[in-house]
Design a binder for this molecule. Sequence first.
Ligand code: NAP
Ligand code: 8YV
Length: 318
Amino acid sequence: MSGRPKVLFVGKVRERVAERLGDAVELIRCAAPLVCGVLDPETAASIRGVAVSNNFDGAAFDCLPNLEIIANFGVGYDGIDVGSAAARGIVVTNTPDVLNDEVADSAIALLLNTLRRFPDAESWLRKGRWERSGPFPLSKLTLRGRSVGIYGLGRIGLAIARRLVGFGVSISYHTRTRKSDAPYIYHPSLLGMAAAVDTLIAIVPKTPETYKAIDATVLSALGPDGVLINVGRGWTVDEQALAEALEAGTIAAAGLDVFQDEPHVPAALLAAPNTCLLPHVASASVATRDAMADLAADNLLAWFDSGRPLTPVPETPR
Ligand code: NAP
Ligand code: 8YV
């Protein structure tokens, strides 16, 4: 194939990716999900790279016979069928590390907002209740004296742990493999950690093993002072069980940035007491989303230039 490599943008991908790619590639766009037939066969056969926002399923592979690389905008790549990519020798890349600090900052902000109810306090002020009714009620929950368990101590989990050190709380973690250089208390099971801590922060990927891993049993183990923060994927939490646990006082509060069926948020969670709910914004600053876009584009450029992508996921060829 000659000329500039052709790259297909499937669905909405941050425009900065296109700007970064510039004239180095020929850009083609289509709606998501990619359906065979929307591109004429000659165009489909000429596509070498794809840029996506975590959406490329098994059926899409059949549409692009000469695809070499899928560059994902995002560190989580659960919406890409990496098994099909690996079977076809197609590289998948993601955007690790460039968002660690932003997401970790957001996790801490969500934790504090959930415990201290600052969004409610601001609403109290804006509605004139401070003047009319007096001070906002004291928060029943505090970060002081808490014991925090981090479910997932990868790139972002570690950044959260490092921040928590400054808050003077006890820090534990659960992962499948113990991290020998992490100076935090290790728990070989999620349930065991939930029973030992009063604050659970989830930052694990969406995988078959993490599906509804935070269920009624784990929430019950967390206990009545328990606080759940989820900045990983909604998939990891049994949302119905969480709503019931909040309603019954089985745990005290929850702060969620992610939901199972985004952008839909279950009515039971919207109605549940003591929640702080965010619309998946943990990485959502211009600077961090630009850095993610640049890395997604640079993976494509590096592949076409040298055959060596910058940040391939472990499951597909390097
Ligand atoms: P990472 O570096 O791959 O870390 C993942 C961590 O989870 C590792 O410590 C891993 O340890 C652990 N883990 C994986 N499967 C597990 C299991 N079954 N049980 C226990 N621990 C498990 O990933 P990351 O860069 O930190 O990102 C984590 C996830 O956060 C992403 O995949 C994405 O879904 C989510 N995320 C959300 C936002 C947002 O906007 N809210 C932003 C960025 C990322 P072991 O392998 O030893 O188990
Ligand atoms: C973004 C994320 O919301 O990187 C991830 O895995 O969940 C977030 O940073 C997402 O990638 C933007 O589409």
